[in-house]
Ligand binder design. Structure first.
Ligand code: CA
Length: 219
């Protein structure tokens, strides 16, 4: 699954190498300071946070704590230096899912990301109640009341993206990326078209439009 990853790393060479490597499979935003990273997390919905703890303007551990005290289920991998065992333990105690120690192998990083991703996907209750809908993320089925609703692969992909972030605004650009992942060219109004189809199937209030911001599903 293609993810949107936020990388916060202030060392230019390492950040560049990691960003370039991950961009082969994912959408990556690379930022180099605590403040820029915190700001990006307020405005963008990410699937994974890859975080250097030792930042010029703050301690990455505080960002890990922020993520864990918010309602988001955002997986976090921390990047630490070899001589900072204490920092690493603090990171895990603060709620990070895993860590890598500098210098690390990029293939190893990919493997860690996949492992964290698998655990994150396995975590949510398989069947979720969202408004009048039930959604089973494992079997990819949706019910409206007692009746199962049949969705196309693209419709399901959009619903899955929204359900994973229920209660938070998903930008239109993120949903476009989901549609792009199917490989075909998409029209500029494709998201609107699919959301409108989904509302016909799932109920007009199933997906909220927040003008200029994106879309949201609420419990
Ligand atoms: Ca650093």
């Amino acid at each position: 699954m293609q993810m949107r990853i936020l990388l916060i790393e202030d060392e230019p060479l390492l950040g560049e190498a990691v960003a370039t490597h991950l961009k082969r499979a994912h959408a990556v935003d690379w930022l180099q300071s605590f403040e820029d990273g915190a700001e990006a997390m307020r405005t963008v919905s990410y699937d994974l946070l890859l975080l250097d703890l030792n930042l010029p303007d703050g301690d990455g551990i505080d960002l890990v704590r922020q993520v864990r005290t918010s309602s988001q289920q955002l997986p976090v991998i921390v990047i630490t230096a070899r001589d900072q065992v204490r920092h690493r333990v603090e990171g895990l105690n603060a709620g990070a899912d895993d860590y890598v120690v500098k210098p690390f192998d990029l293939e190893e990083l990919s493997a860690r990301i996949q492992a964290v991703q698998r655990r994150a996907i396995a975590m949510p209750a398989p069947r979720q109640t969202i408004g009048s809908l039930s959604v089973d993320l494992t079997t990819r089925k949706v019910w409206r009341g007692d009746e199962e609703v049949l969705l196309t692969a693209r419709e399901w992909a959009l619903i899955e993206c929204l359900v994973h972030r229920v209660g938070t605004i998903v930008p239109k650009s993120r949903l476009e990326e989901v549609l792009y992942a199917f490989g075909a060219e998409i029209e500029s109004n494709a998201v609107e078209v699919y959301v409108s189809r989904l509302r016909k199937k799932l109920g007009s209030d199933a997906i909220r439009t927040l003008r200029g911001l994106g879309y949201r599903m609420d419990r």
